[in-house]
Structure formats: structure tokens, C-alpha cells
Design a protein around this ligand. Sequence first.
Ligand SMILES: *Cc1c(COP(=O)(O)O)cnc(C)c1O
Length: 411
Amino acid sequence: MSSDVMVSAELAGPAPRGSAGVLEAYAHSVMNTFGPPKRVFVRGEGCYVWDADGRRHLDLLAGIAVNALGHAHPTVLAAVTGQISTLGHVSNFFATPAQVALATRLAGLTGDDDAKVFFTNSGTEANEAAFKLTRMTGRTKIISTEGAFHGRSMGALAVTHNPKYRAPFEPLPGEVTFVPYGDAEALAAVVDETVAAVVLEPIQGENGVVVPSAGYLARARELCDAAGALLWIDEVQTGMGRTGSWLVHTAQGVRADVVTLAKGLGNGFPIGACIATGRAATMLQPGSHGSTFGGNPVAAIAGLAVMNVIERDGLLDQVTATGEHLVSVVMGLGHPLVSEVRGRGLLRGIVLNADVGPAVADLALEAGFVINAPRPHVLRIAPPLVVTPAQLDTFVEALPGLLDAASGAAS
Ligand SMILES: *Cc1c(COP(=O)(O)O)cnc(C)c1O
């Protein structure tokens, strides 16, 4: 092996000291924006991840709806190593075949032949691009919703609702009005000819997997059309097959002017996209936006690999079936703490009758399952799309014990 070749373990520094040593160094050197990490993970394969102490966990969160094909998927691995071995980065002064192929593929998801893509490195940046695009309408008002999450940069934060995230950073850009989510009449009351855009998640992931009533997106489309406003749909969490269709809104027959994507698109390789259709597709022009890394060929090839595997392996239908299996086995438990399982496909919220979500998530981790609690009364299950019913069953079998232990500790 040449001296140029360093395996990732060598690059990560001195001999592993187990989780405790890494966490100590983390506390010293990493900004405390996330609170103390709950585990140190060193390896993943399929739906499993191993921590620095050698313990295996079933990954039912997938890096927050990111690792769609699971860890170390051979097709992604081959595509990414092949691309980075050939050409890793060129900047946006130049084009690459991977970037253009992925743009074509993503634009095609909208059903508009003239849709165009701006590539980013995250969901936040995809929304930031969308936010800037809305200013090209000559209007500045944006309608967002209570409970909305669109990211943490100043623009994305401006359309994010959580007062805890917003308050320290005000004033935020834009004139943003928040209306109750899922309430078409509340939208109708504020969408007029002064509104640049309405921004909506088709399902609110961070707010606890909240599903609006049928027809909500279609009504938003009508209201935007009548007012000449843009409909900006944030599919960062819901898109790329997570709910059993490529995009939630197109599956409902709704056209968006702007669609944002990230999370599942690169299977863990950082990539996001802002896709615009119709008149919105040409609103951003030279000088109006940019990115050094956006559309990087390695990121783009990861996205292409993900899309190819989802299609090749029939994962959209599989996600629908696996998601329905999860609902039926969880509800089949008849556990008094579980009130419902909401969501679609493999973006699910197990809604609890008490605020024991964080305690259940911690106990689940102890028991070898990665989940999280986006709200105190909601457990989020967003596993790799390739998860099997049998793998989900191992969690569901453990769930009553976790719920009982958490409620016992709480009372
Ligand atoms: C995660 C998320 C974002 C932000 O994406 P990042 O990649 O974390 O910047 C934006 N919108 C929604 C709906 C998300 O779930």
C-alpha cells in the first residue's frame, strides 16, 4: 500500500478509545449546537449501524430520512468511488455529464418538460434558493404555516415557524405570515395579489409527521393560481420515494412552481435541489444565485445511483407495502399509550397519549434501535426504504416494553 493511501480510520486519528474518548473530544472541539451526541457510530451496512463499542443498532431513522438505500449500498459506493476517481469537482464555470443527467431526471419528476434545476448541498440551501427565486416575482410577501420547518439559514429560518429557533435571530428577511397548517380556509384568507409565494411541506416531518387533509395541496394550488403567487413545495423530507412516490404533491396531481429536495437524494452524500417549473423555471438568471459545490459530479452521481436503484428494485411500491405493514403491526399491539400511526410510506409518526417520546427514543437506543421523537408525544420512524417487514417487527416486538418502561419512569 502506498504511503499516500490512508484508510478512513487512520484519518480519524489516534487509535479508537471507544465511545467515551470520542465524546470527550467532541465536547471539547465541536460546537454545542446539537447537545451531547447519544452514540458514536463507526460503521454501517444495510439497515444496521455499529457504535464505537461494537454494539449493533437497527437504524430506523436513516440519518433523518437520508440513507434511503441503507448504509454502504454497493451501487452508490461504486458510483461515488468511480466518479471521484475520474473527476471530483470542477465548479459551475463548467458542466459535467453527471450533473446534467441528474438535472434532467429531477426536472422530469415534475411532469413539466421545461422544468429546471438549481443544485445545492443541503435542504436549507435548496429553500434559500427558492426564497430568492420568489423575490423575482417583484413581490415580497410569503405565506408559511405553523409548525413548518424549512431550515436554519436566515432565509430558510424566516419561513420556519418554531419561535425557539427564530427569536434570537430576528429580524429575519421577508414579510412572512404563518397560518395554521392543513387549514385551506386560513390560506384562502391571506393569499391575495400581494403574495409572492406560499411555502408548504406536503407532510410536516419535523413537526411530528403531520398529514394535512386530502385536497389541501390542490386548494393551495388554486389559491396561488388565482392570486398569481408561486406554490413552493418543500419535499426535502418527503421526497425521493420516502412516502412511496417520488414526490407527494405530484402523486396528488398537484403542480408546484418550486420544489425543494435534499435528504434522501444522495443517500448521505450531501446534495440538494431547487426545481422550478413554468414561468418560475427562468426567474433566476446569471448573477442572481450561485454555489461553488452545488451540482458537484460526485454528489450528482450519488443522486443518479439512488434514483436508479429505487426504480430498478421497485422500491416505491415496496415502501408503500412496508409502511402499511408497520402501521398494522403497531396498531395491532393495542397498546394504551399509542393513539395512532400517521404519515405515509416510510415516513411515520407513532403518536403517543403522553409526552414520553424522548424517553422511549433513549430506551430504544439502549435496546439497539435508532428512532427519534420530533415532538414529545411523537416517535418518528423513517428507516432506509429497503427495510424489511421482519426488521420492523423486531422493533415493534420491543415497543410495548419500551413504552411501559418510559411511562413507568415518567409516573
Ligand atoms: C431537513 C429539512 C430541511 C433542511 O434540510 P438540511 O439538509 O438540514 O439543510 C428543510 N425542509 C424540510 C422539510 C426538512 O425536513
